[in-house]
Design a protein around this ligand. Structure first.
Ligand code: BTN
Length: 266
């Protein structure tokens, strides 16, 4: 299969954001866009800078897992710098997931849902994942990198490593998606949500999350550094805190404490 290369001009023309993507780098291949962005952040790149790769040779998922990143996908990292970040940091994965699921549902007509803590799924098959890496100095957070991976224009069924649990937009939509359009729309949505988180603490985002979520009512096994919690996801207390019903009552878990999350339905 041959792939159309991303058209940088068309992304720039389509941007409706204030800062996300206003400084934009597109590379053909890299290890991980998160690492490229780290280098840019260290050299003083501005808030909202974005790096996109056509393919990654060492893409990283959450918890250091490998992330398969063939040509045709959307692999990008956004630099987020804000003084209030420490308290917002744990909300960023779900901000990214909402910023993808909402437009995929509204504009592309997919039944896209957010699966806690950081996935976008259609029919329980993963189509996108979000990672957050950050740098701090003492208690001060210097920057965060929001990594977004979307299985777009490649045939996920042909990739044994992901075919069972994942799907791609190519398969779900029955043809390729306009990646430039997808990228500009997602940058807009994610920026709006990030600003709302920043401004109002994200109360409206919890309401949107309840609309788009598919995790509540699911049986999970969650590990934190101290213990293992088995139960049913009950509700979101905030974008960074989930409540689980266990045999002994309720447990409230902050996203930062997560070591792993396993769904019984997987
Ligand atoms: C996950 O679901 O585990 C998160 C996946 C995040 C993948 C993206 S692709 C762009 C960026 N670069 C990386 O190496 N990872 C993130």
């Amino acid at each position: 299969m041959s792939f159309e290369h991303l058209d940088e001009d068309s992304i720039i023309r389509g941007l409706k954001t204030r800062s996300f993507g206003r400084s934009l780098v597109i590379v053909d291949e890299c290890g991980s866009t998160n690492d490229v962005m780290k280098g840019m952040a260290e050299s003083g790149a501005p808030n909202g800078s974005v790096v996109i790769a056509e393919t990654q040779t060492a893409g990283r998922g959450r918890l250091g897992r490998a992330w398969y990143s063939p040509r045709g996908g959307v692999w990008l990292s956004i630099l987020v710098k804000a003084q209030e970040l420490p308290s917002l940091l744990n909300s960023l994965p779900l901000v990214g997931a909402l910023g993808i699921a909402k437009p995929l549902a509204e504009k592309w007509g997919l039944n896209a849902r957010v699966r806690w803590p950081n996935d976008v799924v259609v029919g329980w098959r993963k189509i996108a994942g979000i990672s957050v890496e950050s740098k701090s100095k003492g208690n001060e957070l210097i920057y965060a990198i929001l990594g977004i991976g979307i299985n777009a224009n490649f045939d996920s069924n042909k990739i044994a490593a992901i075919s069972g649990a994942s799907a791609s937009l190519l398969i779900l939509l029955g043809g390729p998606v306009n990646r430039e359009n997808l990228i500009t729309v997602i940058l807009s949505e994610t920026e709006k949500m990030y600003e709302s988180l920043h401004g109002s603490g994200g109360k409206d985002l919890v309401a949107l999350l309840r609309e788009l979520d598919c995790s509540r009512g699911e049986h999970v096994k969650v590990r934190t550094p101290e213990r293992e919690i088995v139960g049913i996801i009950d509700d979101y207390e905030s974008l960074s805190r989930v409540r689980i019903i266990t045999g002994n009552g309720f447990e409230s878990i902050e996203n930062s404490a997560l070591v792993s999350v396993d769904y019984q339905s997987d």
